[in-house]
Design a protein around this ligand. Structure first.
Ligand code: KG4
Ligand code: ZN
Length: 350
């Protein structure tokens, strides 16, 4: 519908420069430039390299998005940009660019929360989100369970990782197996040829004693260490490391814990919709296991297609569109890049 808001979203919180354009819940453009190859040899994202890459990619990515959507900046009703959380220098590039475009084209600007945007993106594929819902965000920097009563007003944290993020665990385990970076997609592929029941790796924070204080929290650092020890002992014994079996068993341990806690969060809050977002939501086993387990309890699982799970500009535009439609006031033009932006803040106030 023409009268729905046309919103442009800019994402630069990590290593993807994304510009997305949506009208209401309809995705019109999703242009992306990634600096992931430049980080591969370091085994993780190098903040300075990411900032420089955003600087180089932003204007061309912006142009590609406008061309793809067949609109000009003058047609846009609002500009949304990731204000945080993320890498400070990387965020700054997007926020500064968004301010420049907003000022030049005289458009309102919304500084938005990256994690809430990971939830909002699902509306582009599956329509309005039934609320309340439970959202599980699993990426390279975050693993959280959230209760979403009203996405435009704020979300309630239920639990989070107490050490490594789920994606970080995939990246570190891939590194110790010598598989490359980023580890998630490579382990996902390697696991297809392995036996997920072959090695019993630990399930962090699932013991009865841990459930008291950490029922909805995650811990993946012990799992990573267990995989490292297992691989070392094989190597010491001069035996070959069955990479596919290790990948499959590690992946199963992560997905088992994530899905069990997400379903428990839904059930204990009387919620019938689970949304999964963030890069790890692209994991094929996580998607299958979540579906299987949720179905047993009459819970519907919503996961965007893999390209919308990893960082992109469309998710920022989707949240911006949500905020515009709800009549939320735009942010001030001096909005900050806030690397530690809290979960309860969906957009920077006006
Ligand atoms: O959301 P995202 O693109 O960036 C952050 O905000 O961190 O997530 C990136 C993370 C990386 O750790 C990557 O290894 C992981 O998501 N990832 C996956 C898969 N695809 C990406 N993890 C498991 N399975 C996948 N298929
Ligand atoms: Zn992300």
């Amino acid at each position: 519908m023409r009268d729905e808001p046309l919103v442009l979203g800019i994402e630069t919180s990590c290593d993807e420069t994304g510009v997305g354009i949506v009208r209401g819940h309809t995705l019109l453009a999703d242009a992306l430039a990634s600096s992931v190859d430049q980080h591969a040899r370091f085994g993780g994202v190098v903040p300075e390299v990411a900032s420089r890459a955003h600087l180089e990619a932003l204007v061309p990515t912006m142009q590609r998005a406008l061309d793809e959507a067949g609109v000009t900046l003058a047609d846009v009703d609002a500009i949304a940009v990731t204000s945080g959380p993320g890498l400070a220098g990387a965020l700054l590039v997007g926020v500064a660019a968004a301010k420049g475009y907003a000022l030049a084209a005289e458009k309102p600007i919304y500084g938005v929360n990256h994690l809430a945007a990971h939830v909002a993106v699902d509306t582009l594929e599956h329509g309005p989100l039934p609320e309340p819902a439970v959202a599980m965000l699993v990426s390279g920097g975050h693993s959280s369970l959230l209760l979403v009563d009203d996405l435009t007003a704020g979300v309630t944290p239920l639990g989070a990782t107490i050490d490594d993020a789920a994606g970080e665990a995939f990246d570190k385990v891939a590194r110790l197996l010598g598989l490359g970076f980023p580890g998630g997609p490579i382990i996902d592929r390697s696991a297809r040829d392995g036996d997920r029941a072959s090695i019993a790796f630990p399930r962090g924070l699932t013991a009865q004693k841990d459930l008291v204080a950490h029922r909805f929290d995650f811990s993946f650092s012990g799992l990573k260490t267990a995989v490292a020890r297992w691989v070392e002992s094989r190597e010491r014994a001069g035996e070959p490391v069955p990479v596919a079996d290790v990948s499959a068993s590690f992946q199963e341990a992560v997905c088992d814990v994530l899905t069990a806690k997400a379903i428990d969060a839904c059930r204990s809050n009387g919620v019938r919709t689970l949304v999964i977002g963030g890069g790890v939501a692209a994991n094929s086993r996580l998607r299958v296991l979540a579906e299987e387990r949720a179905a047993r309890h009459g819970i519907a699982v919503r996961v965007p297609r893999p390209g919308l799970c990893t960082d992109n500009g469309a998710m920022v535009a989707a949240l911006g569109s949500h905020l515009v439609a709800a009549g939320v006031a735009p942010s001030r033009l001096d909005l900050p890049a806030d690397s530690a932006m809290g979960l309860t803040e969906v957009s920077v106030p006006g």
